[in-house]
Ligand binder design. Sequence first.
Ligand code: CO8
Length: 261
Amino acid sequence: PESTGYETILVDRPRPGVARITLNRPKALNALNLQVMGEVTAAAAELDRDPSVGAIVLTGSAKAFAAGADIKEMQPKSFSDVYAADWFAGWDALTRVRTPLIAAVAGYALGGGCELAMMCDVLLAADTAKFGQPEITLGVIPGMGGSQRLTRAVGKAKAMDLCLTGRTMGADEAERAGLVSRIVPAADLVDEALGVAEKIAGMSTPAAVMVTEAVDRAFETTLTEGVLFERRLFHSTFATADQKEGMAAFVEKRPPIFRDV
Ligand code: CO8
């Protein structure tokens, strides 16, 4: 059983090695308020510390992954309020989670919802998914990394288009643009995401974590530095028992049994 006491999320373990965090504020279309931020980041950090969890699925409802940061919570805030609280900085904790995070998006992923999905390692979309950064229509701009991660994911032209007009982008356009890795019929989204998570959880955990660190490094550094970083991580996989097992299993024509060491 998972930690209880969460009010805005559900946490469960639907498959071996797989944990799922479900955003659960249906009346507000999963709008992300401070409580959601605290609960998602706490649950993810706790699952990250659990060696039996090899992948985490983050999802919402059929209608909304999340319709953005909570506008009603932000409405009364002043500049000093949001500056002093460093509003949204708490979400950065999610990017320190080392266990692979899979976003499974159906329905609205707008504003902070789109930004939250983009913080995950793998982004799967239902055919009903709608992505957008509509902050400009509220007189503000993205505040959880949207202008940066969207631009890196889809390039300047589309990022500018989306952030300046506030329009939404359907699953097909998101897939063409490189924002999502797969589109799945809505009815199959959760199964597909759990299957992807189970597959990842069955890999060598050190290798899975290293490869997410290596891919992430591509966003942070030059090609030369990134290639060196990757090569050194590659070398270090030879210090793991899982490398011995994985290569022996290939040669012996049998499936590997990784022990995550
Ligand atoms: N915040 C708070 N409540 C919300 C939000 C939200 N982002 N989105 C929906 N809700 C609430 C609605 O107010 C409504 O509540 P109620 O029943 O009490 O009126 C309930 O959810 C259902 O919503 P709708 O009735 O609007 O449902 P529809 O199906 O008609 O419409 C939409 C769905 C199109 C998604 C619509 O709800 C919508 O446009 N939502 C807002 C989308 C948006 O603009 N998101 C961006 C928010 S801003 C952000 O994420 C980052 C801000 C960065 C600012 C930086 C500050 C420091």
